[in-house]
Design a protein around this ligand. Structure first.
Ligand code: GLY
Ligand code: MN
Ligand code: MN
Length: 427
């Protein structure tokens, strides 16, 4: 039996933050893929964060105030259903194992939830899935206030404790190993999806049953399409291969990108862009430490990439002009970082509530990605040897008491390491 104390602790912490009021979260529904086939079920991240309970549509109520408690509404036991679809906890076992104070069948939720609501305010997520029980009209008629739960929960989720960091380390280790195996298997004439298959194979072998997002395996100019997921091109000698792939462990994501030559050897143009992005990425990582601002890594990476692209005659103009007119966005059009956690683009504020132009500061326990890139599409203004080069290098970085720790450090990124490993598997 797993230990669900961590999830109870989170509910207890939330209870202290909502005063005498109540918070309600509901799990996602199953999604139909076609006819009577469903997509693999994935719990809503916030619901998972507060319960660890794996069944769809379950509802959890958390009461603050002097006598905090939490209640779960879940599917009743049903032996016939269980024969077809597998185990159902049922309220009794759910409350025992997942440490709820009370439990009721989901079929009672309609009746009981409004009855249990004595407080003035009800904290719900903006995309609350219980509008069928507590509609806007219900709030009006019952003179209750609907408050935003996401502000409190996002602040909790953006700081990871040891329990969460351990899962994120495992997730990053498995994904880093998958990248290494992908490098070993890469060679000209294979198809991108063969490499994607190996990545998924390594996720499963490592015990991560889900990718954190659709893997990007993009050879040649496909690497210049940021969200390329077709993964169906044949890889050519002379192409770079950009792989952006991460998995989930305990629902926590890793998010790693590596770029390397299909043939095992960088051309001089590829090497120039790769070295530039690598230099920018390492410098950006150095900016990750408590009390620095969230946008410090991006500023650093951007400065280096602008200077580098001007030196390579890819960007024309003075540094100030390129910066002010945002000419760099033709080649580096995304931000350097996002929070990482239960969602790959995790919750958490990026700027101060009172002043949106001021970034938040890093604090111990934050996990973010550092992922600068350069994507050079064919253009008469750019020297031809750079056309079709797309490079991104992405690591997952934890803010620690004395700086940072790169969780994904096992995935090689130095040119000599990459050139030594590519294509070394005979499979
Ligand atoms: N894999 C999604 C991202 O890098 O943001
Ligand atoms: Mn990312
Ligand atoms: Mn990524």
């Amino acid at each position: 039996m797993k230990d669900y104390k961590e999830f109870k602790n989170r509910r207890d912490r939330l209870a202290t933050r909502i005063g005498d009021n109540v918070a309600i979260v509901a799990n996602a529904k199953e999604s139909i893929r076609n006819k009577d086939c469903h997509y693999p079920f994935r719990s809503d991240s916030t619901f998972h964060y507060l319960s660890g309970f794996p069944e769809p549509e379950t509802v959890v109520m958390i009461f603050g105030g002097k006598n905090p408690k939490s209640i779960i509404f879940c599917q009743p036991k049903d032996e016939l259903k269980e024969v077809w679809n597998g185990f159902i906890y049922g309220p009794k076992q759910a409350s025992k194992e997942f440490l709820f104070d009370e439990a009721y069948p989901l079929t009672e939720a309609h009746k009981l939830i409004p009855k249990f609501l004595k407080s003035k305010s009800v904290f719900l997520l903006p995309s609350s899935k219980i509008d069928n029980i507590l509609s806007p009209k219900w709030f009006e008629e019952n003179n209750k206030l609907r408050e935003d739960l996401s502000e409190i929960l996002d602040d909790m989720r953006v700081v990871k404790n040891d329990f969460e960091v351990n899962l994120m380390r495992k997730s990053a280790d498995i994904a880093a190993n998958a990248h290494i195996q992908a490098m070993k298997l890469t060679r000209p004439h294979k198809y991108e999806y063969e490499i994607e298959g190996e990545i998924l194979n390594q996720f499963f072998k490592g015990g991560a049953r889900n990718p954190a997002y659709s893997s990007i395996v993009a050879s040649g100019a496909n690497g210049c399409t940021l969200h390329y997921v077709e993964n169906d091109s044949q890889m050519k000698d002379g192409d770079l291969l950009l792989i952006d792939a991460g998995c989930e462990v305990g629902s926590y994501a890793s998010d790693i990108t590596r770029t390397f030559p299909v043939s095992g050897k960088f051309s001089s143009a590829q090497k120039a862009i790769y070295q530039l992005v690598l230099f920018a990425q390492k410098a950006a990582i150095e900016k990750v430490k408590a009390e620095n601002f969230f946008d410090d890594p991006h500023k650093e990476a951007l400065k280096i990439i602008i200077n580098g692209l001007i030196d390579l005659d890819i960007l024309i103009g003075s540094r100030d002009e390129v910066y002010e007119k945002e000419l760099y966005k033709e080649f580096f059009m995304h931000r350097t970082s996002h929070w990482l956690g239960l969602d790959v683009h995790d919750v958490g504020k990026y700027s101060s509530k009172n002043n949106p132009s001021v970034a938040v500061k890093f604090t111990e326990g934050n996990v973010l990605t550092i992922e600068p890139g350069c994507y050079i599409r064919p253009s008469d203004n750019v020297p031809k040897e750079f056309w079709g080069i797309g490079v991104r290098i992405e690591d997952d970085v934890l803010v620690t008491p004395d700086g940072h720790d790169v969780l994904s450090k096992n995935a090689p990124k130095e040119i000599n390491e990459l050139e030594a490993i590519i294509g070394t598997s005979s499979a």
